[in-house]
Design a protein around this ligand. Structure first.
Ligand SMILES: Cc1cc2nc3c(=O)[nH]c(=O)nc-3n(C[C@H](O)[C@H](O)[C@H](O)COP(=O)(O)OP(=O)(O)OC[C@H]3O[C@@H](n4cnc5c(N)ncnc54)[C@H](O)[C@@H]3O)c2cc1C
Length: 427
């Protein structure tokens, strides 16, 4: 007889979703979180695509602590002193499950933790799981000071995935598979945000930046507007940083001081500073996801996708928690938590948006890694082209094709065409 039917390690979105869904079905569930509360250790740029949670808690947007509905999308290619920006504004709601929102994880995770507790899950915080109990070749619970047994243990401990590594499910992360992100939350009055970012009350902007913010290496910067703050940060792959010219905190300082960014932050007060790893390897870093008595979900499973114009980890974390809960409920019905019974998790995942999207974009992380021009040459090219188009100085002007041609010279027209084709194919 086990102490619990399910023990979940980690109170991020993956673990909390699994806990909520299992507790709702009457499964005796314990979630252990090492932070002082759910969300205490979580870092996100802060934009959640609502579709996966909408399926689990329909209408959640009415009750959850969401910051702003994203109505404006911006992407900038940046040089040291210029920014070429695409701006897409669509204020009408696309409807439940199609909208996305800025969130502050400290509030959002605590809300989801409260939902899981209301459903009957036990959540203990401030305790770290140090090890897994292995009996008869199966995971039989956790060691967290005391030993606690469970029929099934869900590993939702985030990107480092130390427990999955201990089980041999996952190899050590390679520098090409992870990025490091640093993030600040900067307080500004709501009216100032709405003015500077041209959004109405309740509406917000998601803004991604490539080029200078990551020092021309693989990575980028982000900025999301909250109700009364903005979340902004810089993400850079470990490979990029080791080959880089400066440190990540310095890159963030440079980004905040960029002439296109600094006026947006003027008068703001930094209220939060955090750093975290981001899984960026796509499908190729997804490990074996189950063994006898255990499943791996969320970032611990490598479920994250950075496509340059979107970053998605939260909807994957929630979706994988949903898949894990379904597989556990099936195993519970059969009274069998062995590896074969839990392989149902892989099947449920294969039918979900998670594996579908990871498969679709499998080539993209390699494309980014192998095409450094995206982060250096192309932002420079775009800046040069705009300067050629818009600077009028009384000198003899050139026909448009010559202006475009001279801007293309640095990267080469053939490279641009080939990169464009490869990029399209990988997307
Ligand atoms: C800078 C940055 C920007 C991002 N931007 C976005 C974005 O805009 N949109 C988006 O969708 N995704 C974004 N992501 C990705 C997203 O944050 C993650 O994919 C998501 O949080 C994963 O959820 P999770 O529950 O799997 O892991 P986590 O949220 O990391 O939760 C893991 C939890 O496990 C706990 N834990 C770890 N080890 C133990 C242990 N031994 N014992 C007990 N508890 C333990 C941790 O304290 C933590 O609470 C971003 C990530 C970063 C770093």
């Amino acid at each position: 007889m086990s102490d619990f039917e399910t023990i979940i390690v980690g109170g991020g979105l993956a673990g909390l979703t699994t806990a909520y869904l299992l507790a709702k079905e009457g499964v005796e569930t314990l979630l252990i979180e090492r932070g002082n509360f759910a969300g205490a250790k979580n870092v996100s740029g802060g934009r959640i695509y609502s579709h996966s949670l909408e399926k689990i808690i329909p209408g959640f947007a009415k009750e959850a602590p969401l910051e702003r509905r994203i109505t404006r999308e911006k992407i900038s290619l940046m040089t040291a002193d210029s920014a070429v920006t695409a701006d897409y504004f669509a204020p009408a709601s696309s409807g439940p499950g199609r909208d996305s929102y800025s969130v502050l994880r400290v509030d959002f995770d605590q809300w989801l933790a409260a939902k899981a507790e209301e459903a009957g899950a036990q959540i203990v915080t401030g305790i770290r799981v140090d090890d897994l109990l292995l009996r008869g070749g199966k995971v039989r619970g956790v060691a967290a000071g005391d030993e606690m047994t469970a029929d099934v243990t869900v590993l939702a401990d985030g990107v480092n995935a130390l427990l999955a590594r201990k089980l041999g499910l996952r190899a050590k992360l390679s520098p090409a598979q992870v990025a490091v992100g640093v993030k600040e939350v900067i307080e500004l009055p709501a009216a100032v945000i709405e003015d500077r970012f041209q959004c109405g009350g309740g509406e917000g902007t998601a803004w991604l930046f490539a080029g200078r913010p990551s020092g021309g290496k693989v990575g980028g910067a982000f900025l999301y507007t909250n109700k009364e703050s903005v979340s902004l940060g810089v993400v850079c792959t470990l490979n990029g940083l080791t080959a880089g010219v400066t440190t990540l905190p310095q890159l963030l300082e440079d980004f905040k001081g960029h002439p296109a960014v600094a006026p947006l932050l003027a008068g703001g007060k930094t209220v939060e500073y955090s750093a975290h790893l981001v899984p960026e390897g796509g499908l190729d870093m997804v490990p074996r996801l189950f063994t006898g008595g255990a499943l791996v979900v969320g970032d611990a499973a490598g479920f994250c996708l950075n496509l340059g114009y979107t970053v998605r980890g939260m909807d994957f974390a929630i979706g994988s928690g949903d898949c894990a809960a379904r597989a556990i409920l099936q195993a519970r019905q059969a009274g069998d938590y062995g590896a074969e019974a839990l392989s149902a998790y892989q099947n449920v995942l294969n039918d979900s948006f998670i594996m579908r999207d990871l498969k679709l974009y499998r080539k993209f992380p390699h494309f980014m890694e192998k095409t450094p021009r995206i982060f250096s040459g192309y932002p420079e090219m775009a800046g040069n082209l705009m300067a050629q188009l818009f600077i009028v100085d009384g000198e003899p002007s050139q026909p448009l094709y010559k202006k475009v041609g001279s801007s293309l010279k640095e990267v080469g027209a053939l490279n641009l065409m080939l990169d464009g084709m490869k990029g399209m194919r990988s997307l």
